[in-house]
Design a protein around this ligand. Structure first.
Ligand code: PGA
Length: 241
């Protein structure tokens, strides 16, 4: 089973969301693939309505670690579930760098999402500076250990490895870098999970023309795609990788 996830970030309004799915649902998908969309929160209900009778899953790009209360501006995972969402993207590098999310906060969010029987897609990744100073493994190991501190290890989770320097830059990691780092992430997860079937997605400038090569790499269970997921045809081409 390969997993193809679309991170729409702050793109598309509800009407554009409906239009995208009207087109995307006409395209065929491999039976052994899981396709997941992360629209912006305001478009989740539109996504839920469009995807009601399909096997395509969706969820939000963030959520708070409480389901309701005096938390102005936050997104409730409970409400995401109410409109049919299954997944929550957590710890994306833009959440970490632009909105100050820490490993500690992400750990609480993972715990809450799992308590609702929803599935966290937990993002990790090193900056260019960290990679160039030889700290990649140390950073990823810390993000994994701290982020999963409160996780229910019996419940499903997906890890998305996204080198920060490859996100939205057109600078995709080389197959050798992906191979080496996914092996390291796999080994780190193995220290925590007794079974080793946690899927590890690669993200960062994935396009139709590099997806075919990257998907062959051991411990690459699929992709988390930003820019190339905004058009039905380009994301579909990646799903067919
Ligand atoms: P990108 O974004 O594919 O545009 O590099 C990936 C992501 O941020 O998840």
């Amino acid at each position: 089973m390969k997993i193809f996830a679309a991170n729409w970030k702050l793109q598309k309004n509800p009407e554009e969301t409906r239009k995208f799915f009207a087109d995307f649902l006409k395209l065929d998908l491999a039976a052994n693939s899981e396709v997941i969309f992360f629209p912006s929160s305001i478009c989740l209900e539109a996504a839920g309505n469009s995807l009601k009778n399909s096997k395509i899953k969706f969820g939000s790009q963030n959520s708070y670690f409480e389901g309701a209360g005096a938390f102005t501006g936050e997104t409730s995972a409970k409400s995401v579930k109410d409109v049919g969402g299954t997944y929550i993207l957590l710890g994306h590098s833009e959440r970490r760098s632009l909105f100050g999310e820490t490993n500690e906060l992400i750990a609480k969010k993972i715990k809450f999402v799992q308590s609702l029987d929803m599935i966290p897609m937990f993002c990790i990744g090193e900056t260019l500076q960290e990679r160039e100073s030889g700290k990649t493994l140390q950073v990823l190991s810390e993000q994994i250990k701290e982020g999963l501190k409160l996780a229910d290890l019996s419940k499903k989770i997906i890890v998305a490895y996204e080198p920060v320097w490859a996100i939205g830059t057109g600078k995709v990691a080389t197959p050798d870098q992906v191979k080496e780092t996914h092996e390291q992430v796999y080994q780190e997860l193995k220290k925590i999970y007794s079974s080793t079937d946690v899927p590890i997605l690669y993200g960062g400038s994935v396009k139709a023309d590099n997806a075919g090569q990257l998907i062959q790499i051991p411990h690459v269970s699929g992709f988390l795609v930003g820019g190339a997921s905004l058009e039905p045809s380009s994301f579909h081409a990646i799903c067919k990788a």
